[in-house]
Design a protein around this ligand. Sequence first.
Ligand code: FAD
Length: 392
Amino acid sequence: MELSYSPQEERFRAELRAWLAHNPAGPEPERIDEWVAYGKAWQRRLYEAGWCGVAGPKEYGGRGATLIEQIIFQEEMARAKTPLLINLAGLTMGGPVLIAHGTDAQKRRHLKTILAAEEIWCQGFSEPNAGSDLAALKTRAVLDGDDFVVNGQKVWTSFARYADWCMLLVRTDPDAPKHKGITFLLVDMHSPGITVRPLKQISGEEDFNEVFFEDVRVPRENVVGHVNGGWDIAITTLMHERATLTFSRQLQSRVALTDMIQFARRWQHNGRAATQDPLIRQQLAQAVIESDVIKYTAYRSLTKTLRGGVPGPEGSVEKLFWSEMYQRMLETALSMEGPYAQLLKGSAHVPDGGQWPHLMLYSRGRTIAAGSSEIQRNIIAERVLGLPRGGK
Ligand SMILES: Cc1cc2nc3c(=O)[nH]c(=O)nc-3n(C[C@H](O)[C@H](O)[C@H](O)COP(=O)(O)OP(=O)(O)OC[C@H]3O[C@@H](n4cnc5c(N)ncnc54)[C@H](O)[C@@H]3O)c2cc1C
């Protein structure tokens, strides 16, 4: 692969870097409801300046630039430590899935509002008894006239409380083999019959939710792809989640590692700077090596996407390695802090604003979300390496 950038790509980077320098996002509010308003305003500013949907089609509000420029956008956002984009599910999954499988009407209706964060999206896949075994999902949708009537429950739905639209997987044919009777619906989260209940995470945040559907009517035209053909669309969504989302996350963890090394230079561990401790030095060096490994693995998988248009199962390699190396890296920060690692954000005398324990707690979910590490290993074995299925 070509690892240098063309003059046009370098111009794009310089223009974006200058824009970011003159348009800082400003401090992030602590309270989630204030953060939602702040996140929408920030994404809207990016969109109005032409930075959202860099590689998206121009007719639907994108910039029509290349995938490499999209990557440069992510690199520069990570470098400038800008806030996470609030409509992450819409930008990294909903939009790409509609571009690949949506009708013209669906693209016209949704793509611009996703980019401008006018409407926030969530992903309604997991259920209490259908996580790793997603095809076991039970939420039912029955056709009644021109509408589907949906009943059932989803869980772990990130940001559902603030979402306007949900990518919902429902069972439309209970008699078909389990992968064949699933449909992918776009559901207006303001429809009557939807109840959202927040769930508290180990980190103290309430990003997760349970979502209950009771006789929710969803117009038939909100089916993406065709009825009972939702499994393939779910797989496209998950590949985007594993590859596209991990690409930006590995960039952010690289920036976090640089901060962690700065912290290690300042922080006293066993009577000397933590960087002078042989064990910590080894762990930091290992983190830098792993950070380079994931960077080049992510670029290799990007090259495949550039050639094939959509990410393939190789995204599982990135997702698996990144989520596990990120936890190892944060464990190093915690072992440097020693007993201080028990102090959380907001406590007196907390080192480095309490960011390392907080990130560590948050990172626990990374080896579960978008398919657990065990599931990624199964995918890599069967679909990337072509090994026989276990137990056969
Ligand atoms: C931070 C975060 C955000 C999330 N956001 C969303 C969201 O927005 N929308 C959404 O729909 N879901 C979301 N999820 C849910 C996520 O997709 C599921 O948690 C995940 O798929 C695992 O399912 P489960 O929790 O039901 O665990 P289970 O499937 O019950 O797994 C339990 C354990 O058994 C192991 N296991 C299961 N099957 C196998 C197997 N075949 N071989 C080996 N081991 C196996 C798993 O690896 C795991 O360790 C999120 C999860 C997290 C942590």
